[in-house]
Design a protein around this ligand. Structure first.
Ligand SMILES: CC(C)(COP(=O)(O)OP(=O)(O)OC[C@H]1O[C@@H](n2cnc3c(N)ncnc32)[C@H](O)[C@@H]1OP(=O)(O)O)[C@@H](O)C(=O)NCCC(=O)NCCS
Length: 166
């Protein structure tokens, strides 16, 4: 990928915008500094067990998704699962159908990799994302611990079959 710096900037801003008002500002800043610095983003982009998809609108970077070959939680009993580890649009691109387009690309890539199901964890207070995932065919399977700001949250876990024709 040519411009990891641009992706790191987008990922940082999208994360901060999404959770502003839902979490403490210093906890958001700490998480962003740890997870979306250029070095960490570079390691995700070059990780052979992860695939980063970029959403571009014209020449602008509008969003990104990360698929990861990780160990699913026990509540995910679907065959050949792959994790949808990140799924974010920049604020100005939300509400125009680009989320649905990016999800289509996620299904296409998951299918290309031989996965039969997608799973993800989402913060339950992120109601916009929860309702998006439900509209996209994901259903709740259980919960999984998520460490944020020194506290353990139980994030709901959702899963969906990979679409046959995406
Ligand atoms: C989750 C997310 C990617 C979904 O994207 P989205 O743009 O909200 O969802 P869609 O692509 O389905 O777009 C739907 C909206 O676009 C509108 N729209 C406009 N043109 C459209 C078109 N051509 N096709 C489809 N929808 C269109 C729909 O009416 C709908 O509006 P509404 O939400 O007011 O009803 C986005 O909300 C986001 O990035 N949120 C912040 C990050 C986040 O929370 N990520 C999840 C972390 S787990």
């Amino acid at each position: 990928m040519e411009d990891v710096g641009a992706l790191a900037a987008l990922a940082s801003k999208a994360f901060s915008d999404t959770y502003r008002g839902l979490d403490e500002p210093h906890e958001i800043a700490d998480y962003v500094a740890e997870n979306f610095n250029t070095q960490t983003v570079t390691s995700v982009v070059s990780d052979p067990n992860a695939t980063t998809l970029l959403a571009e609108v014209g020449t602008e970077l509008a969003g990104y998704a990360v698929l990861a070959r990780s160990e699913p939680p026990s509540c995910v009993s679907e065959p050949s699962p792959i994790e949808l580890a990140r799924f974010y649009l920049a604020e100005q691109f939300i509400g125009h159908g680009y989320g649905a387009q990016l999800m289509l690309a996620v299904h296409t890539e998951a299918r290309r990799q031989g996965a039969q199901s997608l799973w993800l964890g989402v913060y339950d207070r992120n109601v916009r994302a929860v309702s998006f995932y439900e509209r996209q065919g994901f259903t709740k399977r259980g919960g999984k611990e998520f460490l944020f700001g020194g506290r353990v949250y139980i994030d709901p876990i959702y899963a969906s079959p990979v679409r046959n024709e995406a």
